[in-house]
Design a protein. Structure first.
Length: 213
């Protein structure tokens, strides 16, 4: 399979149960950067199987850790993924078209995210559409420095066009995630018990890619 000029940035700690499926789903990308914060399971050996560029760094919070991974990426387009996320074939096809199309002028793309809890889609309380930027040009975006609830920041990264209806790909591309974050990633940096408990929720997240005309 021909690789495209896209770098994927992933942070890990003890993700042996998740990372293999994640890496299998992004076999079409030119570079995968993994920044690990002390895994003592098979995470790093699995990443090595897939030819990932692996770095071991002390945990500094989600924002700084992900930015460290982004800084090590060499391609102009960046896709930020969590180790428990997957890129289905439909989403991969669209991402491939974006990255290889010289006519694409946008700096980044946001995803309306579907959050599932115990098999049910959470549509209220701010959980939908829950837009999130994951694919962007490296020169235009960077992660916030937030310890948790980090996001891509740039004042002109995403410009929502209110006067035109966005084009929706009928294949309904998704990024699928099974959230089961581990407490050790929060222990050294989060004192708020409610925040920690919130991140133990088991979620299944679907991201539908929409591209402006």
């Amino acid at each position: 399979m021909e690789k495209i000029p896209l770098s994927v940035a992933i942070i890990t700690k003890n993700e042996e149960e998740n990372i293999r499926a994640c890496l299998q789903s992004i076999s079409f990308v030119g570079q995968i950067v993994v920044v690990d914060s002390g895994s003592n399971d098979a995470t790093l050996s699995i990443a090595a199987e897939f030819g990932c560029e692996i770095y071991s760094e002390q945990w500094r919070g989600f924002g700084l850790q992900k930015q460290s991974a982004i800084d090590k990426c060499r391609h102009p387009w960046i896709l930020v993924l969590d180790a428990d996320e997957r890129i289905p074939p439909g989403a991969a096809d669209i991402i491939r078209k974006i990255v290889t199309d010289s006519n694409v002028k946008e700096s980044g793309f946001s995803f309306p995210r579907k959050n599932y809890f115990q098999g049910r889609w959470i549509k209220h309380a701010g959980w939908w559409p829950d837009r999130i930027v994951r694919l962007f040009r490296k020169e235009k975006g960077r992660m916030s420095t937030a310890i948790v609830h980090e996001s891509v920041e740039d004042r002109d990264l995403i410009r929502r066009r209110q006067t035109r209806k966005p084009r929706v790909y009928q294949s309904e591309p998704q990024i699928v995630s099974d959230k089961n974050l581990r407490k050790q990633q929060f222990e050294d940096s989060i004192d708020n018990a409610s925040v920690v408990c919130n991140h133990f929720l088991l979620l299944c997240i679907h991201l539908e890619l929409r591209i402006p005309r």
